[in-house]
Design a protein around this ligand. Structure first.
Ligand SMILES: [Zn+2]
Length: 257
C-alpha cells in the first residue's frame, strides 16, 4: 500500500522552502496549501521556487480552495464568483505543480438536495470545460462534507464524480460527523478509482454534524489505516490543530501495518 502523508498547511511564503525541507525530513510526501482565506501565493518567483522544492523533495502538493464558495447560491453572481475563485486556485496550483484543488461544493440554499445537485453539477461541468480550455493538468476535487445540512454526502460526491468527471476528496472525519459512523465498504464501492485524496483528523460533532476538528487519537488512526483499501495510491492530509504531530503518528503507525 502506498500512502503519502502530509499536513494541511505550508505556512508563510518566506519560510516555505524550510518548511518543505522539514516535512521531507519527517518523511512527509504530501502537503496541502491552504487558500481557505484566499490564495496568498501571488508572485511567480515564489510559485516557481515552491514547485521546484516540492518536486525535488518528492512532496506532492494540493490546494484547499476558499471556504467562501457556493456553487448552489440563489444569486447567479455568487455562483460565478465561486467558479472564479476555484479557477484562480487552479491557475496558481498549476504553476505550483499541484495535482488538485480541493473545494467545498456548496449549500442547499433552501433548495431540495436534487435541485442543489443539478446546479452544482452544472457548475462543475463548466469548471471542467474551463480547465480543459486552459490545457491545465490540475484536477478539482469535491470534498465530502461534515454538516448534515450541506451538500456533500458520500453518495452526492460519488454521483458528481461519475457525472462530471471531476476528482474527489474523501474526508473521513466529515463522514463520521455526518453519518455518525463510517461505512468503509460503502465508501470503497462509491469510489472505485485507483487514486484517493483523503482528509483525516479527530472531530467533534453533534446531531447536525461537524463542530470542529481535533487531535487525531491513535485508535482513530489505527481504524482508518486498517480499513483503507490496499490496492490504491492514497494521500492522507491531516487537518487537526496538531497536524504535524498527528501526521508523524499516522506515518509511524502505517509502517507497522
Ligand atoms: Zn475542506
Amino acid at each position: 500500500m502506498t500512502i503519502r502523508f502530509g499536513p494541511a498547511g505550508l505556512g508563510p511564503i518566506k519560510t516555505a522552502v524550510q518548511t518543505l525541507e522539514k516535512y521531507h525530513q519527517l518523511g512527509f510526501k504530501a502537503c496541502e496549501i491552504s487558500f481557505t482565506h484566499g490564495p496568498y501565493i501571488k508572485k511567480e518567483e515564489d510559485m516557481k521556487l515552491i514547485k521546484e522544492t516540492a518536486e525535488k523533495l518528492n512532496i506532492s502538493l494540493s490546494i484547499h480552495a476558499q471556504y467562501w464558495i457556493n456553487l448552489n447560491s440563489k444569486e447567479p453572481e455568487k455562483v460565478e464568483a465561486s467558479k472564479k475563485r476555484i479557477l484562480n486556485c487552479c491557475e496558481i496550483g498549476e504553476k505550483l505543480g499541484a495535482k488538485r484543488v480541493v473545494f467545498h461544493p456548496g449549500y442547499y440554499s433552501d433548495m431540495t438536495p436534487e435541485e442543489a445537485y443539478k446546479n452544482i453539477s452544472k457548475s462543475v461541468k463548466d469548471l471542467q470545460q474551463s480547465i480543459k480550455k486552459e490545457n491545465w493538468k490540475i484536477k478539482i476535487s469535491a470534498e465530502t462534507m461534515g454538516k448534515v445540512n450541506v451538500f456533500g454526502s458520500t453518495d452526492q460526491i460519488s454521483n458528481l464524480v461519475n457525472e462530471t468527471g471531476c476528482d474527489f476528496c474523501i474526508d473521513f472525519a466529515h463522514i463520521l460527523a455526518r453519518d455518525k459512523s463510517v461505512d468503509y465498504d460503502k465508501v470503497k464501492q462509491l469510489f472505485p478509482q485507483s487514486t484517493w485524496h483523503v482528509h483525516f483528523s479527530g472531530i467533534v460533532y453533534g446531531e447536525k454534524g461537524e463542530k470542529h476538528h481535533k487531535t487525531t487519537l491513535k485508535e482513530e488512526w489505527k481504524t482508518l489505516l486498517a480499513n483503507l483499501p490496499k490496492d490504491k495510491e492514497i494521500t492522507i492530509i491531516n487537518e487537526s490543530p496538531t497536524m504535524i504531530d498527528d501526521t508523524i503518528e499516522g506515518l509511524e503507525l502505517s509502517k507497522k501495518l
